[in-house]
Design a protein around this ligand. Structure first.
Ligand code: XBP
Ligand code: MG
Length: 250
């Protein structure tokens, strides 16, 4: 029986990557006096690695072998990432990034149906708080009984650890839950935890391999704004509601 929904954040609740995280990384690089600039195209490639600190390291190892960081590398990257988080939460405070289609409605319907809610994300915890409170309101952190985020588990997505952690904290089996994801690393993580997963693609992830997904959509849809199905069974419905989730969970 369907008891809980577990949501990824970046790319799933909101399109945060291109106009949020990417911009914040570039602001941090500029503040540190670095000439690094992550274009939209390059950022799409860098998204292969989850986690901001891990992404900076991946950039240096693969695109900037000319750069030698001063002093302790890990400390330098951690500090740079702290500045990035400051800029990212600042961007969210301006209301720059809205929730994706259908997210608010589905969360409201899930709460009304007494489904339990959790979050499972690679991003830094304060980033989750900034997105939720600036889109859903000050009390929305309390809607989610578990917020599994960032460095809480050492192995980030595509490892299953962050979903395993959320399931363990909720005391639920994977078959009682559905996950929501937007990317290959996300579906590898959720399916690694044996969760059936609904994928809503975005510009960066539309060509990813979602063969492990239960349903692949362009977005969650609204009653007056039907989703487009890329793969899977929509059970004759045109937007994601509790009826569809219960049918998918069976
Ligand atoms: C999100 C990420 C994160 C963010 C940056 O992946 O990969 O790294 O881009 O967040 P997912 P931090 O949606 O699968 O959780 O800079 O805070 O790490
Ligand atoms: Mg994501």
């Amino acid at each position: 029986m369907l008891k809980a929904l577990i949501f990824d954040v970046d790319g799933t609740l909101a399109d945060t990557e291109r106009d949020g995280h990417r911009v914040a990384f570039n602001m941090a690089f500029a503040e540190a006096g670095l000439d690094w600039e992550w274009s939209e195209e390059l950022y799409g490639k860098l998204l292969a690695v989850t986690g901001g600190k891990e992404r900076i390291r991946h950039y240096l190892d693969n695109y900037r072998t000319d750069v030698t960081l001063p002093g302790d590398e890990a400390a330098y990257i951690a500090n740079l990432h702290k500045t990035k988080t400051k800029h990212y939460t600042g961007l969210l405070e301006t209301g720059a990034i809205p929730l994706r289609t259908g997210v608010r409605r589905l969360l409201d319907e899930a709460r009304a149906a007494n489904l339990r809610l959790a979050i499972s994300t690679t991003t830094t915890p304060v980033n989750v708080e900034a997105l939720l409170t600036h889109t859903l309101g000050a009390d929305s952190m309390d809607w989610f009984e578990v917020i599994a985020a960032g460095d809480i588990v050492p192995a980030k997505k595509p490892a299953a650890d962050i979903y395993d952690y959320a399931l363990e904290k909720m005391g639920l089996a994977a078959e009682d839950c559905l996950a929501f994801e937007d990317s290959l690393n996300g579906i590898l993580s959720s399916s690694g935890a044996n969760l059936k997963t609904i994928v809503t693609v975005n510009g960066y992830t539309k060509d990813d391999d979602f063969s492990k997904a239960t349903l692949v959509l362009d977005n969650l849809g609204e009653p007056d704004k039907p989703f487009t199905v890329m793969a899977g069974d929509d059970h004759g419905l045109s937007f994601v509601n509790i009826e569809l989730l219960q049918a998918l969970a069976k």
